[in-house]
Ligand binder design. Structure first.
Ligand code: BGC
Length: 762
């Protein structure tokens, strides 16, 4: 390890350290004994390209465990399992001498259409932030770095390298940056990856507000900012804004631009020193990693992938306790996904799995011999497609199989070609051919279970007609085994939805504003993203955010809440497992101020906990709401403000299944805005110093306007209506009105006195 610092290097050396050597590695600097390090994707396993690092390696990478992508494991709502998976990925990275794993991705699922939603956790920033922090902690606990991505407001794939996400300050802070802030503050990722897109017109890769003011000055980020691969638009502007490392290599072209900019006085050399120092520091951190030697324990990691996949599955519906299946039952498995699983999405996160479970095989292992199979439909590129059998033939065979079995289990899902980095989906529907097979099966046997494989949320037009629905997301390489575990009750399902399942795409808040046009996408729904919107509008949803069933049942006791000395709120309640199976319940706490000066969703998730409760057991659950998480972003003062007063806390099993409510009184933050001639009468009247004085000065005027002193009909119904109308009048505009007995100078003096906190004479 070297102790040399960046300022000791030549200008050319400094510039060279701030861009990659090739696709995946940084540049070594032999003169000071600084080695090169490797960064690779990420996030739910390792995608280290086989051979050299001079190409993207999308086609071939070294075998690695494919854990459930974020869409799956996010449904666990459990930082603990995410941390364990992170640590396992880090072990695989260390064996392969990878210094930084490019993940987690924590962008908000603004639209169900975003092609990369399978790589993201949630439509809610607290969920994304808490789970993202867990992922970072897990990986970094083994001396391997992470790259928190894609910073920021990268919520679609369409035109992702140029489009401007036009977002107002409140949603930007409260929804799109909040999760990143959480991860940075709680877990200090070694690197943050800036996104491709522009935010309000400025490229993320060259935005000093984003990369320096927000990320470093406000949140205290200590690591290195790396560009998304190819995100650099103007390298000099980028470095000046706080971009430390350009990836991949530009072949020296942009390094030379940095050198020229310093010579020309367009870039301060100290700024380049800082970036180069961060690059050196990153390498030093990587060098400190404890040695891990292979070979990889493939079976142990596969078992962890299975456990994680089991925790990712969401039981959406289970009428008449159709599930779990008894091994004595004859089961007709239908749907090609049972033998040709969809277990991950396409793009940079594509992993070459060490092994791959198929649900049909695993069901036969777990459930016994009574499992028949009919493919039902073909999946693109699969064996059935190659067989050339007609859709009618496949459907009829499926219906016959269902008719001859006690229960039909139908595997439906999205075609792989629909879910990828680089483009968005065009709709949220399952293929019509699959729905036709389901209809035929339902007619043949109403005792039908649907198992879904999808990375992005899909419409479920059959939700009322099918007694049991298992959301299997994309579950990674061991998903087949996990599905068998859940279907047969070896694992009691415990996942819940981190995103709403809407009735129709048209109901989604971003509809009409997605994916934008001519280089701009307007985030017109503001802060009402995801369930916040559906709740505010009172819209029906197919399954609400936070929903998920178990094979057991849970009773919630009365919640109590207490404000701690530091302002955080601790919520306590008892949860009882009232069934006869051990299980896990994800307890959620939503909050809303009883009254607010700004637009708020009816309730926002503020804390959650996944708790294991044995059959018949009662556990006391304690959840902490951070005071900061109650804040809204105040555009007048450009900072977080916690409003004072009463907050309603709903303890819930889902966003629409509230089990117990309580309230707390919160001591809020003071927003003191100086009074000016532009201040409204309402603002001035509310001021403790100026208010009473202005009230008495306006007394006569009010009387005149309401006709209080005359017998003539009043212009306004009463004093209250008058006051309401006058409240929005800028105070300066009233001066000189008949009945307003104050001069311009007197009002100015009064406002100055009020701003200085001078109390009126008694
Ligand atoms: C993706 C990143 C990824 C990088 C390297 C980019 O296209 O947006 O998520 O880490 O490529 O593969």
């Amino acid at each position: 390890m070297t102790d040399i610092s960046a300022s000791d290097l030549t200008l050319e050396e400094k510039a060279s350290l701030t861009s990659g050597a090739d696709f995946w590695t940084t540049k070594a600097l032999g003169r000071i004994g600084l080695p090169s390090i490797m960064m690779t994707d990420g996030p739910h396993g390792l995608r280290k390209q086989a051979g050299g690092s001079d190409h993207l390696g999308l086609a071939s990478s070294v075998p690695a465990t494919c854990f459930p992508p974020a869409v799956g494991i996010g449904s666990s709502f459990d930082p603990e399992i995410i941390e364990r998976v992170g640590a396992a990925i880090a072990v695989e990275a260390a064996i392969e001498d990878v210094a930084v794993v490019l993940g987690p991705g924590i962008n908000i699922k603004r639209s169900p259409l975003c092609g990369r939603n399978f790589e993201y956790f949630s439509e809610d920033p607290i969920v994304s932030g808490v789970l993202g922090a867990a992922s970072v902690r897990g990986v970094q606990s083994r001396g391997v770095g992470t790259s928190l991505k894609h910073f920021a407001a990268n919520n679609q794939e369409f035109d992702r390298m140029r489009a401007s996400s036009d977002v107002d300050p409140r949603p930007l802070h409260e929804i799109y940056l909040r999760g990143f802030e959480r991860v940075v503050r709680d877990a200090q990722p070694w690197t943050v990856m800036c996104s491709y897109n522009r935010i309000n017109g400025v490229y993320a890769s060259e935005d000093p507000w984003l990369l320096t003011q927000v990320l470093r000055e406000d949140w205290g980020f200590e690591g290195l900012v790396v560009s998304d691969w190819g995100a650099v638009n103007d390298r000099v502007a980028g470095v000046a804004a706080g971009l430390d490392l350009e990836m991949p290599s530009s072949g020296g072209r942009t390094d030379a631009q940095l050198v020229a900019a310093v010579h020309a006085g367009d870039l301060a050399e100290g700024v380049l020193d800082t970036a180069a120092q961060r690059a050196i520091d990153l390498v030093r951190k990587a060098q400190a990693r404890p040695t891990v030697t292979g070979p990889l324990d493939v079976e142990a990691h596969h078992a962890l992938a299975r456990e994680a996949a089991g925790r990712s599955i969401v039981l959406l519906k289970n009428d008449g306790a159709l599930l779990p299946l008894a091994a004595s039952r004859t089961v007709a498995v239908i749907g090609a996904f049972a033998t040709e699983p969809r277990f991950q999405g396409a793009g940079s996160s594509l992993i070459n799995p060490t092994k791959l479970d198929a649900a049909l095989d695993e069901m036969r292992v777990v459930g016994g011999d009574e499992v028949s199979y009919a493919p039902g439909f073909a999946v693109e590129g699969g064996a059935i497609a190659a067989s050339g059998r007609s859709a009618d033939d496949l459907r009829d065979e499926a219906a016959a199989a269902a008719a001859g079995a006690d229960v039909a289990v139908v595997f439906l899902g999205l075609p792989a070609a629909e879910e990828s980095e680089g483009f968005d989906r065009e709709h949220i529907d399952l293929p019509a051919e699959q729905l036709a097979v389901l209809d035929a099966v339902l007619e043949a046997n109403p005792r039908t279970v649907v198992v879904l494989s999808n990375g992005g949320v899909v419409a479920l037009p059959f939700a009322d007609r099918v007694p049991a629905i298992v959301e299997g997301w994309l579950l990674g390489q061991a998903g087949g085994g996990a599905i068998a575990d859940v279907l047969y009750g070896v694992v009691n399902p415990s996942g819940k939805l981190t995103e709403t399942v809407p009735v129709r795409l048209e109901d989604n808040p971003s509809f009409g504003n997605f994916p934008g046009e001519f280089g701009h996408v307007r985030y017109g729904e503001g802060v009402l993203v995801g369930y916040r919107w559906y709740d505010a509008k009172g819209l029906d949803v197919t399954f609400p955010f936070g929903h998920g069933l178990s094979y057991t049942t849970f009773a919630y006791g009365q919640a109590t809440a207490e404000v701690e000395a530091d302002g955080d709120v601790v919520v306590r309640l008892e949860v009882t497992n009232t069934g006869d199976r051990d299980g896990r319940e994800i307890v959620q706490v939503y909050a809303a101020p009883a009254a607010s000066a700004v637009q708020r969703a009816p309730r926002e998730l503020k804390a959650f906990s996944s708790v294991a409760v044995a059959a018949g057991e009662t556990r006391t659950v304690e959840l902490t709401i951070r005071r900061d998480d109650l804040a809204y972003w105040d555009v007048r003062v450009d900072r977080w403000i916690v409003e004072p007063g009463e907050y309603i806390l709903d303890v819930a099993a889902s966003s629409r299944d509230i089990r117990s409510s309580t309230t707390v009184q919160i001591a809020g933050d003071l927003v003191s805005l100086p009074l000016t001639m532009e201040s409204s009468v309402g603002d001035v009247l509310a001021h403790p110093v100026a208010g009473p004085i202005v009230m008495s000065a306006l007394g006569g005027f009010m009387g005149e306007m309401t006709g209080a002193d005359s017998s003539a009909a009043s212009m306004l119904p009463n004093d209250e209506a008058m006051q309401k109308m006058m409240a929005s009048f800028p105070i300066g505009r009233l001066i000189g009105f008949p009945g307003v007995d104050v001069t311009h100078e007197q009002v100015q003096q009064l406002l100055a006195g009020a701003n200085a906190g001078v109390l009126p004479q008694a």
